[in-house]
Write a protein that binds this ligand. Structure first.
Ligand code: BGC
Length: 776
C-alpha cells in the first residue's frame, strides 16, 4: 500500500519534490537489514574513480560524483583532457569577494543544473578551509581567512546546488591549510583555535544548509588521520552539528579503513579494488568493529544515495549562453577595486588611445590548476570585450611577457613605446598557472619578475597606469605607489575578461571587498616563520590569530585590509542604534545602521559588523566579523540595515570547560566598510548566561578560586590561613602587604598549599573544598 501511495505521489510530483516526500532513512534501514556482511562492506568504497557501487539484487543504484567546485569536471577515470565542457565560474577566492551569499546561491543553482544535465549526483565542493597563509597552494579554491564570511558564502553555494536535487561535498575537513606533505602531515591545532577559526565555516554550513556529504581531508589532525578521526567525524560533524548526510574520504585519504568506519567515515573514494572492503569484513568477524556500527554507516550512505538517484531529472539541457552571462555577472561582482587615484576609472569615453599591455589581456588566467580545473564552454578575453564596448577608443596591444611570465628587452621596449603613444595604459598581470596550484604551495607572494618589471617600466613613461590582476591569492605589489589604479580581478572564470571590461568601462560599478588581507610583505604574515611546514608537523602556533585577527593585534599595516574595496560612488554610515544597551546574551539584540549612497551613480556597499570585547579573560582578537550585508543603493538613496546578534557573537571557546563561554562585560559593536574602517560604534553591556563552567581541581590556581562564585568565601579563608592573619587588613601597610601576597598567590596551584602551609592544610581539607565548590 505504502509503495502504491509513494508511486502515486511520484507521478504527480517532480523527481525532486518526490525525493523530498520519501523517508530515505527508513528505506535505507530496510535495505541494510537484507544485506550480507560482504555487501555492506562493499558499499563503503567506490566502484570507479567517481562512482559508488550498485547492488542490483536489491535495486541499490550507483551515484556519480565529480569536481567541483566552480564548474563540472566530469571525465572518464583520471583522464581530464576530455572532461565535458561546462561553464567555468569564478573560483572561490573571487566568489567570496562578492560578499554576496545570494549570488553564490545563483551560481550554485546553475552548477546544479549542469550537474543534472550530466547525470552527476554530487558536486565535490565547496572548499571552506581557512587561509592560514597567503602561500597556501589552494587558496584560490577557498573562500576566506574569516570563518563567518566563508560559512555564509558556503551556505549560499550549497543551497543553490542542492535546490536542483544535486548534492554537495563540503571540503576538506579539517585544518587542511597547506599543500606540502598534504597526504601525511599532522595539523597540530589547539581546541580553541579549531572551534573559533577552523571549524565554524563547516559548522555553520552543516547546521544551516545540510550538505549531502562532507569530504574529510588527507592530513592528520593532532596526530590522527582525518579519515579515522572520531573527534572530527563522530563527535563534531555528526554529534554536535547534526550532519545528516555522509562523509566521503578525499581521494586516497583512507589509512585504516575499519578504524574509519568506527570514526564516522562512510565512503572511501576512489575504488580501492576490494582491498579495504575485506578489511571491514575481517574487522567485524574479529569483533574489532561492531556490525551494528557498520549498519549505521551504510544506512547513512544509502539514505543519501537513494535520494540522490531519485532526484535525478532527465532531459535537462544547459543554456550555455545564459550560464556564460551569469558567470560574467558573478565575476563582475567579485572584482575588487583596490586603488583609483583621481577617479581614473571608469575609463572616460573621451579617451582616444589606450595601451593594453600584458598577455593575460588576450589569454586570461581564469581558474586554478589541479582537481578543480574545468573545460570551459568558451573563453572571453578583456581585450576583445573592451574593443567591442568602447568603440570610440583605439586599443593597441603589447604582449609584455610570455606564458611563463618572463619578459625581455624587446617586449619591454615595445610596451614602453605603446605606453608613450597612449593616453592611458592598462597592464594585465598576475600569476601564471605554474605559480599556483593544488599540490604545492607558493614560495613567496611575488608576481613573476617579468610582470613586476613590465609594470615598473611602463609606469616610468606614463602616469595613467591601471593594473588589472589575475591571481587566486594575495600578491605583493612593489609598484603600488607608482600606478594610478589597481583592479583585483582574481580568477574570474571563463567570462572574467568580459567582467573586467564591464568594470573598467563602468558598465558595472565595482562592489567586491577583499575576503583576505593583502599583506605588504611575506615577513608580516602570521605564519612567516614556518610555512609550509615540511617535517610532518604543521604547528598552528599562531592559534586564533590568522588574517586580520593577526595584523590588527600586531598593528601591522597591510597593503590592503580584509573587507576593503572601492566603488565608483561613495557611501556614508550613520545612526547606529541598538534596541538595548544592557542585555543578557540570550536576549534578542538588534543593531541597525543607516547607509547612504552619497555619490552620483548606483552602487553596492557591504556593511560589515565586527565585535570587540573591552576586557576579556583570554587573549582575543581586536575585532571579529560577525555579520555583513550587501546593499544596493541608487544615487542618493539611503537604507537601514538591521542585524540580529546572537549569543555566539560575544562568545569565545573556553579550553578548560571545552565549551563556548561569555564573560559579563562591555562589548563594542563596530560597523563600517572594512576591517580597518569602522566609523560607527555602539557599546552594549552583556550579562552572561554562559559563564565558563570550570571544574576546579587540585591544580586549579588561587585566582580561579577567587573568580568562581562558589568558591569566593573559601578563597578568603584560604588566603587568611596562608598569611596567618585572622582579621581583615586595616592599616595602609597591612593592606599593601595583603594585596602583594594576593598577587603572589594568584598563580599558585592550590595543592601547593599542602606543602607550604606547614601541615595546617591537609588532603582532607582540600578534598572537602573541591567537593564544596564543584557542587553545582
Ligand atoms: C582533492 C579534492 C578533489 C579530489 C577528487 C583530491 O586530490 O583534494 O579536492 O575533490 O581529489 O578529484
Amino acid at each position: 500500500m505504502k509503495k502504491i501511495i509513494l508511486l502515486l505521489i511520484g507521478l504527480t510530483l517532480s523527481s525532486q519534490s518526490y525525493a523530498q516526500a520519501v523517508d530515505y532513512r527508513a528505506k535505507a534501514k530496510k535495505l541494510v537489514s537484507q544485506m550480507t556482511l560482504e555487501e555492506k562492506a562493499s558499499l563503503c568504497s567506490g566502484e570507479t574513480a567517481w562512482s559508488t557501487k550498485a547492488i542490483t539484487r536489491l535495486g541499490i543504484p550507483s551515484i556519480f560524483m565529480t569536481d567541483g567546485p566552480h564548474g563540472l569536471r566530469k571525465a572518464e577515470g583520471f583522464d581530464f583532457t576530455n572532461s565535458v565542457p561546462s561553464t567555468c565560474f569564478p573560483t572561490a577566492s573571487a566568489l567570496a569577494s562578492s560578499w554576496n551569499p545570494a549570488l553564490a546561491q545563483k551560481m550554485g543553482e546553475a552548477l546544479g543544473i549542469e550537474s543534472q544535465a550530466n547525470d552527476v549526483q554530487i558536486l565535490l565542493g565547496p572548499g571552506v578551509n581557512m587561509k592560514r597563509s597567503p602561500l597556501g597552494g589552494r587558496n584560490f579554491e577557498y573562500f576566506s581567512e574569516d570563518p563567518v564570511l566563508a560559512g555564509k558564502i558556503a551556505i549560499g553555494f550549497i543551497n543553490g546546488v542542492q535546490s536542483q536535487g544535486v548534492g554537495t561535498s563540503m571540503k576538506h575537513f579539517a585544518a587542511n591549510s597547506q599543500e606540502a606533505e598534504r597526504m601525511s602531515n599532522s595539523s597540530n591545532v589547539d581546541e580553541r583555535t579549531l572551534n573559533e577559526i577552523y571549524f565554524p565555516a563547516f559548522e555553520m554550513a552543516v547546521k544551516e544548509a545540510q550538505p549531502w556529504t562532507v569530504m574529510c581531508s588527507y592530513n592528520k589532525l593532532n596526530g590522527t588521520y582525518a579519515s579515522e578521526n572520531s573527534y572530527l567525524l563522530n563527535q563534531m560533524l555528526k554529534g554536535k552539528w547534526g550532519l545528516q548526510g555522509f562523509v566521503v574520504s578525499d581521494w586516497g585519504a583512507v589509512n585504516e579503513r575499519a578504524l574509519g568506519v568506527g570514526a564516522g567515515l562512510h565512503l572511501e573514494m576512489p575504488a580501492s579494488g576490494g582491498f579495504n572492503d575485506k578489511k571491514i569484513v575481517e574487522a567485524v568477524k574479529k569483533g574489532t568493529l561492531a556490525e551494528a556500527r557498520l549498519d549505521e554507516i551504510v544506512t547513512d550512505l544509502l539514505a543519501i544515495t537513494l535520494k540522490a538517484k531519485d532526484s535525478h531529472k532527465k532531459g535537462i539541457v544547459v543554456d550555455k549562453i545564459k550560464h556564460n552571462e551569469l558567470a560574467r555577472q558573478v565575476s563582475g561582482e567579485c572584482i575588487v577595486l583596490l586603488k583609483n587615484d583621481n577617479a581614473i576609472l571608469p575609463l572616460q569615453s573621451a579617451l582616444k588611445k589606450i595601451a593594453i599591455v600584458g598577455d593575460f589581456a588576450k589569454n586570461p588566467r581564469y581558474q586554478g590548476a589541479g582537481s578543480s580545473q574545468v573545460r570551459p564552454t568558451q573563453i572571453v578575453n578583456a581585450l576583445n570585450e573592451l574593443q567591442k564596448m568602447a568603440k570610440g577608443t583605439q586599443f593597441s596591444f603589447s604582449t609584455g611577457y610570455n606564458t611563463a611570465g618572463e619578459t625581455d628587452d624587446a617586449k619591454i621596449a615595445e610596451a614602453i613605446q605603446n605606453a608613450k603613444n597612449s593616453e592611458l595604459v592598462i597592464v594585465f598581470a598576475g600569476l601564471p598557472d605554474s605559480y599556483e596550484s593544488e599540490g604545492f604551495d607558493r614560495n613567496n607572494m611575488d608576481l613573476p619578475a617579468g610582470h613586476n618589471k613590465l609594470i615598473s617600466e611602463v609606469a616610468k613613461v606614463n602616469k595613467n597606469i591601471v593594473v588589472v590582476l589575475m591571481n587566486g591569492a594575495a600578491v605583493s605589489m612593489p609598484w603600488k605607489n607608482d600606478v594610478a589604479a589597481i583592479v583585483e580581478a582574481y580568477l574570474g572564470g571563463q567570462a572574467g575578461g568580459g567582467a573586467i571590461a564591464d568594470v573598467l568601462t563602468g558598465r558595472v560599478n565595482p562592489s567586491g571587498k577583499l575576503s583576505e588581507t593583502f599583506p605588504a610583505r611575506l615577513e608580516d604574515t602570521p605564519t612567516a616563520m614556518d610555512f609550509p611546514s615540511k617535517d610532518g608537523n604543521a604547528n598552528y602556533g599562531e592559534g586564533i590569530f590568522i588574517g586580520y585577527r593577526y595584523y590588527d593585534k600586531k598593528k601591522i599595516e597591510p597593503n590592503f585590509p580584509f573587507g576593503y574595496g572601492l566603488s565608483y560612488t561613495s557611501f556614508s554610515y550613520s545612526d547606529i542604534k541598538a534596541n538595548t544597551t544592557a542585555a543578557k546574551d540570550s536576549d534578542a539584540i538588534t543593531i541597525s545602521v543607516k547607509v547612504k549612497n552619497t555619490g552620483k551613480i548606483a552602487g553596492k556597499e557591504v556593511v560589515q559588523l565586527y565585535v570587540h570585547e573591552q576586557e576579556s579573560e583570554v587573549s582575543r582578537p581586536e575585532n571579529e566579523l560577525k555579520h555583513f550585508e550587501k546593499v544596493a543603493l541608487l544615487a542618493g538613496e539611503e537604507k537601514t540595515v538591521t542585524f540580529q546578534l546572537t549569543s555566539r557573537d560575544f562568545a569565545y571557546f573556553n579550553s578548560k570547560s571545552h565549551d563556548w563561554a561569555i564573560k559579563s562585560g562591555k562589548f563594542d559593536i563596530l560597523i563600517g566598510s572594512s576591517s580597518r574602517n569602522l566609523p560607527l560604534k555602539q557599546t552594549i553591556t552583556i550579562e552572561s548566561t554562559k559563564a565558563a563552567k570550570i571544574v576546579l581541581t587540585r591544580e586549579s590556581l588561587f585566582k580561579e578560586f577567587k573568580k568562581s562564585p562558589n568558591s569566593q568565601a573559601i578563597y578568603e579563608q584560604l588566603v587568611q590561613s596562608f598569611t596567618g592573619a585572622n582579621k581583615k587588613p586595616e592599616t595602609e601597610d597591612e593592606k599593601k602587604a595583603a594585596s602583594f601576597l594576593e598577587a603572589m598567590l594568584a598563580d599558585m596551584p592550590i595543592n601547593k598549599f599542602l606543602l607550604l602551609s606547614g601541615g595546617k592544610f591537609t588532603e582532607e581539607n582540600l578534598d572537602g573544598i573541591l567537593k564544596a565548590v564543584n557542587q553545582n
